[in-house]
Write a protein that binds this ligand. Structure first.
Ligand SMILES: NC(=O)c1ccc[n+]([C@@H]2O[C@H](COP(=O)([O-])OP(=O)(O)OC[C@H]3O[C@@H](n4cnc5c(N)ncnc54)[C@H](O)[C@@H]3O)[C@@H](O)[C@H]2O)c1
Length: 476
């Protein structure tokens, strides 16, 4: 089939590359000249495992092409996917202006029958609104062509996007008629070898299912974070409780890691959108509000743990941060908790030495501060730092040289928000270890010592005489 994809970002490019790989003729369109020029010379503009190889191979084979010209890209396409960004707009409502502008441009351009498929995450009713726009377009001198609209929300996760697209857990198809549904089923046949993954429904339900899914994922993350915070207060270990939770088939094993809260380009904005849409319909969405509230608090707890460790004063302190991307496997820093933390540390007067194996270029332009150093390596980030905070679960952070860290960090402690290390290993080297909701260590006297900040504050680090004990004025 001849496919056009408008929007060549994380979703559009992966979709284009994987559909080219499955035997289609694909043109990826984007209004960003630099992005398209790069792609034409084989440069993928963001980090996504496996994607470079697929893009290169399919481009060489002539199955995958790139253009900035919408008319040229959609010429005679059987299916046109819309994979444009839908960021948070006014009052949390998704901003679908660029999507609608693209629809208006297509209305003028298209002169042949085709199926327009919305892959972007959009409010229920958007596909119907787009259909109405197409239906209202003036007839072309050569006659009116039939354009129908379907919904096919995307569920891939950054960091495993190619694998997710090749072997999806489910493919959601929202169509208004049998013919459109058939076209999409045929397209996705190679991705549903056992015939169990396609889920068909009406347009609005397909659109809604994406928000429902992200709300559920966000709920699990906030729930485990809240449980971790309570466990910490009650001298219980969330790691042990997680083992029990994960073994329950009704609960399941995934998305149960306490940490600094969710971030990224989808969960925060889609939750905001759902809250706004619910409010418009008179639904209080109380749980969704709580999920957001717990999530906002989570990174501040990490901040406060560090603040307490330094007796409330960041002046003269340097914090090393490992990991800027909102999760491992991607260079996406959109709404990354690491950036919120760094911003707060800088505002409080700390110096920050940050390192990320992939995401540093993105941060270079978005976060500029005289006291922020982007280090060239994990080790360099720790030189002259007091403590280390691990924010992203990159492979290279999994087995650091604890002995070296203990001798290098000036006030040796690791704030391990991803639960990567064993408390015993760190303690053996003389490093303090903070993990949300974890008992980790034993006091010299043999009594268990909670990792929570208050105990660390009291026992570990006496404030230097020159430093005031007054809490800093900060965003928190
Ligand atoms: N990123 C994810 O993990 C993910 C997963 C599932 C769903 N989604 C949804 O998919 C949609 C796209 O997300 P993304 O992360 O790929 O966004 P993105 O910002 O990475 O990509 C969007 C692309 O569209 C281009 N663009 C914008 N307006 C354009 C126009 N008028 N013409 C041509 N190109 C245009 C931009 O230059 C950009 O390259 C969003 O609705 C998002 O919520 C994202």
């Amino acid at each position: 089939m001849k496919i056009a994809i408008v929007g060549s970002g994380y979703v559009g490019l992966v979709t284009g590359a994987c559909l080219a790989e499955s035997g289609n003729n694909v043109v990826c369109i984007d209004h960003n000249d630099e992005k398209i020029a790069g792609l034409r010379s084989g440069i993928v503009p963001f980090h996504e495992p496996l994607l470079d190889a697929v893009v290169l191979r399919e481009s060489r084979l002539g199955n995958l092409k790139f253009t900035t010209n919408l008319g040229e890209g959609v010429h005679l396409a059987d299916i046109i996917f819309l994979a444009l960004g839908t960021p948070t707009g006014i009052d949390g409502y998704p901003d679908i202006d660029s999507l609608l502008q693209c629809v208006d441009d297509l209305s003028i351009t298209l002169q042949h029958d085709c199926l327009v498929v919305v892959k972007s995450t959009v409010p229920p009713g958007t596909c119907e609104a787009i259909q109405t726009r197409f239906d209202a377009r003036p007839a072309h001198p050569s006659g009116r062509c039939a354009i129908t609209v379907a919904s096919n929300p995307e569920f891939l996760a950054e960091g495993s996007a190619v694998t997710d697209f090749r072997m999806p857990a489910r493919i959601v198809l929202g169509a208004s008629n049998e013919i459109d549904a058939r076209i999409l089923k045929d397209l996705y046949m190679p991705f549903d070898p056992d015939g169990t993954r396609l889920i068909e429904m009406d347009l609005r339900s397909a659109e809604f299912s994406k928000y429902a899914c992200n709300a559920m994922l966000a709920a699990r993350i906030s729930m485990i974070n809240e449980l971790a915070n309570i466990a910490e207060r009650m001298d219980a270990d969330i790691g042990s409780a997680c083992q029990v939770l994960k073994s329950d088939p009704r609960i399941g094993p995934r998305y149960l890691e306490p940490g600094a809260g969710y971030g990224g380009s989808c969960l925060p904005k889609d939750l905001r959108a759902l809250i706004r849409m619910a409010s418009d319909k008179g639904e209080p969405a109380s749980m969704l509000h709580s999920i957001e509230q717990v999530n906002r608090r989570q990174v501040t707890l990490i901040y406060h743990a560090i603040e307490k460790y330094f007796w409330g004063c960041f002046q003269g302190r340097c914090v090393a941060v490992w990991g800027l991307a909102f999760k491992a496997g991607t260079d996406d820093i959109r709404e990354a908790p690491s950036l919120t933390l760094i911003q707060a540390l800088l505002e409080a007067g700390a110096q920050v030495r940050a390192y990320d194996p992939i995401a540093e270029p993105a941060v270079k332009t978005s976060l500029v501060h005289s006291e922020l150093v982007l280090a060239g390596s994990a080790e360099q980030a720790c030189v002259n730092a007091d403590v280390l905070v691990v924010m992203t679960e990159w492979e290279e952070f999994m087995t650091p040289d604890f002995k070296w860290l203990a001798s290098t960090l000036r006030s040796p402690a690791i704030f391990d928000t991803r639960d990567l290390y064993r408390g015993k290993d760190l303690n053996a080297m003389g490093l303090r270890h903070y993990r949300p909701g974890r008992i980790f260590a034993t006091r010299p006297g043999g009594k268990p010592l909670l990792t929570g900040a208050p105990l660390l504050t009291a026992e570990v680090l006496k404030p230097p005489k020159s430093i005031s004990r007054k809490p800093p004025i900060s965003a928190y």
